[in-house]
Design a protein around this ligand. Sequence first.
Ligand SMILES: O=P(O)(O)OC[C@H]1O[C@H](OP(=O)(O)OP(=O)(O)O)[C@H](O)[C@@H]1O
Ligand SMILES: O=C(O)c1cc(=O)[nH]c(=O)[nH]1
Length: 215
Amino acid sequence: MSKSSKAPGNLWLAEELWKLDAIEFGDFTLGRTAVHSPIYINLRRLISNPKALNRCARIIKEELEALMSMRNPHVHPFTLVAGVPFGGLHVATAFSLLANVPMIYIHPPHTDKADVIEGIYVRGQSCLIIDDLITGGGSILQTAATLESAGLVVRDAVTLIDRQEGGRQALKAAGINLISILTLEQIANYLMSAGHITEDQYRATMEYLASRNGG
Ligand SMILES: O=P(O)(O)OC[C@H]1O[C@H](OP(=O)(O)OP(=O)(O)O)[C@H](O)[C@@H]1O
Ligand SMILES: O=C(O)c1cc(=O)[nH]c(=O)[nH]1
């Protein structure tokens, strides 16, 4: 697919990440969950294209508005967003600016200010968590636990990508609904159909996903 061609709907994000060299193939052991993953996605590279980051914020806003306008709304009202450092901070900041919703964040674990919450909030406020990507869900669950112990209410979380490695189920078990813009499977299917990756890379990704049993 040429650099100027258009990918439909949210698959635009897959094409943009490809153009940003944010999708790598190899043998990656990542964070807390993914072991020997053939694919790695570095969403932090979105900061190099402000228009793309802004479009991500727009997609999230539209997705939330659509879910909220349903007869049985699939998203709870919120008056605060929390970005998960570091990858989720940029996405949450972009969304906060676009939607005019105040933001907070928690200093990451193992730092001088671990668990300190930056920004203004009051107990009882509802807070939407935003991260760039979910694998096993540990980062969002830890964020939710800290926010809840500060008196905030967390019902929903948004990620741009769900790697389908059990994160959605882990959040559900904790009473948190996950909204994701793209899954790893959708990305792999798009990259294959666009001719960006080889059949071997595609097959390795699909076999990895099947072995993770998370979907
Ligand atoms: O669902 P999980 O298993 O928790 O994995 C997903 C988390 O991993 C990545 O962050 P990372 O820990 O690499 O930190 P960073 O954003 O600061 O690079 C990503 O940004 C998520 O926060
Ligand atoms: O599991 C992770 O930590 C992880 C996976 C991935 O594809 N990209 C990333 O930034 N983190």
